[in-house]
Design a protein around this ligand. Structure first.
Ligand code: TYC
Length: 111
């Protein structure tokens, strides 16, 4: 006698459920660039400290990124999933305000 079946229990819905799970696993989360913008007032030392503290950059990397932003007007501090990028932008903005620097940080989707 036929038994009732639910999705995933070996009945005809199983293939659909399994394929959906596979597609979900293959989706890569969209990544966001956290950008630092140059200005004339924020000290180089503060930007390097931000890159070391918030973006976990080595001193060498931090100086290179800071100089890139200083020379080009903008540069990438790091690339992260949306929620992580959002928190980093907020933390940098808060630290800049507390220290009375106009340092601007923004985020934009990669590609
Ligand atoms: N232009 C700043 C100075 O000469 C240094 C600086 C670098 C500021 C990067 C902001 O995102 C920045 N003191």
């Amino acid at each position: 006698m036929a038994r009732p079946h639910r999705a995933g229990d070996g009945g005809e819905d199983t293939a659909v459920v399994t394929r959906t799970r596979t597609e979900k696993r293959l989706e890569r989360p969209k990544l966001y660039k956290v950008l630092l913008h140059n200005d004339d007032y924020t000290t180089r030392e503060f930007v390097v400290w931000i890159l070391e503290t918030i973006f976990h950059r080595s001193e060498t990397e931090a100086v290179q990124i800071m100089l890139h932003v200083h020379n080009n007007g903008i540069g990438v501090a790091g690339v992260y999933p949306h929620d992580v990028a959002d928190v980093k932008v907020r933390r940098v903005t808060e630290l800049a305000e507390q220290n009375e620097y106009p340092l601007l940080t923004t985020m934009e989707p990669e590609e």
